[in-house]
Design a protein. Structure first.
Length: 259
């Protein structure tokens, strides 16, 4: 059994065939998917999908790319959505200095505000960070969010970055990037993560893993490839690692499922 802790079922490449996507995931042993969100409208669609499909949960959040379009009352809307029955986290939120699609100062303000919301609501946090780890950790330290309830999704840090995140008390989740032939340093770092702070994801429809990297549209079913690759990197049995990450995800997100 596996849980895809981060996918984008609201993306047009998946949204048109959610029943098929979920059926293929079940056939691959994926018992639950958590649908991430990037804006208030996207968070609403994610909530609707979760409400309409068994085994689907959702997040609510404003991605750093969308910070400039968040709107004045975005926190009120996110608070409402975060209280919906199938919502399990505030996310994905954070900083992205690679594309800078929103001004950095605004990214930081929106990130800090959403961390405050998560702290007030007692919700886990799903963080996106790209070329901004130091600022991300600094803002986290100043927030009311509890670090043990924060996960860095699709993590690509090598040993130094991994140690910084772990020392801060946070979790890490790995996507298909960790399976790439060029990702040896990421896998070496992943092997150092404690058993109780690691999860797996697809970030579908992005980042198809090896050996299906040529698949243009990634799907939650492919989280099995991510889990098998990381199990090998950690010297673990595939079934045992799957069981471990599933239990971790169920605990971290307080999922209402039997594992």
């Amino acid at each position: 059994m596996l849980i895809d802790t981060h996918c984008h079922l609201t993306d047009r490449r998946l949204k048109g065939d959610v029943p098929g996507v979920l059926a293929r995931a079940r056939d691959a042993g994926v018992i639950a998917c958590i649908c991430a969100a990037s804006s208030v409208p996207d968070s609403r669609v994610a909530a609707d999908l979760a409400a309409g499909h068994e085994g689907v949960f959702c997040m609510a959040g404003v991605h750093p790319h969308e910070a400039k379009a968040a709107g004045e009352d975005y926190l009120e809307h996110l608070a409402e959505l975060a209280r919906s029955p199938r919502n399990v986290a505030v996310g994905e939120i954070g900083l992205d200095y690679h594309y800078d699609l929103s001004p950095r100062r605004l990214q930081q303000e929106v990130f800090a505000a959403q961390l405050g919301l998560a702290g007030r609501l007692g919700k886990p946090v799903v963080v996106h960070t790209r070329e901004a780890l130091d600022d991300t950790l600094a803002i986290l330290r100043q927030s009311s969010a509890r670090p043990e309830r924060v996960v860095f999704h699709s993590f690509t840090g090598e040993k130094r970055e991994t140690r910084l995140v772990l020392d801060a008390g946070c979790w890490v989740s790995y996507s298909g990037i960790a399976t790439f032939n060029t990702a040896g340093a990421i896998r070496e770092a992943a092997a150092t993560v404690p058993d109780d702070r690691i999860m797996v994801e697809t970030d579908a429809p992005y980042l198809s893993p090896e050996p299906v990297r040529k698949m243009k549209t990634n799907e939650p079913a492919n989280v099995a490839h991510v889990a098998r690759c990381l199990a090998r990197a950690r010297g673990a049995e595939a079934d045992e690692f799957a069981e471990l990450t599933t239990a971790n995800a169920a605990s971290f997100f307080a999922l209402d499922i039997n594992v």
